[in-house]
Design a protein around this ligand. Sequence first.
Ligand SMILES: [Fe+2]
Length: 327
Amino acid sequence: MSWQFVHVGDMQPGSPKSFRYLPALMENWHTAKAQIQAIGPELVLVGGDITRDGNVHRFELEEMRSELDDLGCPYYPVPGNMDTGNKHTAVEGCHRRNDNQCSDIELNVTSGQLQHFSQVFGPLWWSVDHRNVRFSGVADVMINSGLPEEEQFWEWAELQARRAPADQHVWIMHNALFAESPDEPNWDITDPVNYRNWYFGTDQPGRDRLLDLFKRTNATIVISGHIHCRRTVMAEGIRFDYAPATAFGQWGDRWPDGDASLGFLLYTVHSDRVDCEFVPLETVSQRKDVYGVGGHPCPAARDYSEAWDQSFARELGGRVPSQADLP
Ligand SMILES: [Fe+2]
């Protein structure tokens, strides 16, 4: 008998309590949620960028946990860079810091941000068996960071590689493992031509180490988000599904087989295979009202006086929130 699960990600709806908000992204998430509820999958994988500024605001993480609790089935999340900070770099990128925007190094994931996410959503890495499928997830933004959490993850990963294999093993991560192929070089963050290749993928040595883990745990499918452009690539005998976003599309012109349409992935598990189907959003919000700055604004550019819901601004009492506002 076949059964179904869903992968949804890159919703990043934000909040009217924040220094910026696009209600269109929240409307798109609500459309996706209603479609998932109507399908009634046995579980949902949540592929990160669950929030727009969850790395700064605990309330955004909590608001989205309430949203996901409405799904009516178990769900298993991994964080994305908007939830916990970006993948690590020791070198500044080509987009230098300015009065409004953080530099790449300033955006590096921190232990505080990872623990913040974990306090709201649970473990940063996990593995569950459901029927004949094993599902595993990892907060891959910490890979290559050297943070204590990364070492703890690799210790756990070694134990996973020694387990008896399942019929099917589906891994989820937020960043793509690679842009083109597993053997591509580390892309140069200082090169404007290759900046997005760097931003969307996973650097060495973590890339090879993760791929080795996937092979040793008999992974059959690896699902990633972050790029907001759907496509499927076969590599090393594993199917890599690059998932769509519900928020907005990106990089639709990057690959001939790429599709930046908004929606989510519906998987049907049979006794001998797992089929994947793209489910487009039934409606894409046309709301244009918006406030606040885009990109990755630095603290001084976060103006809470613009917030439609002033409750958080009142809590701050005129301060700019920082890591100290995280528990
Ligand atoms: Fe992302």
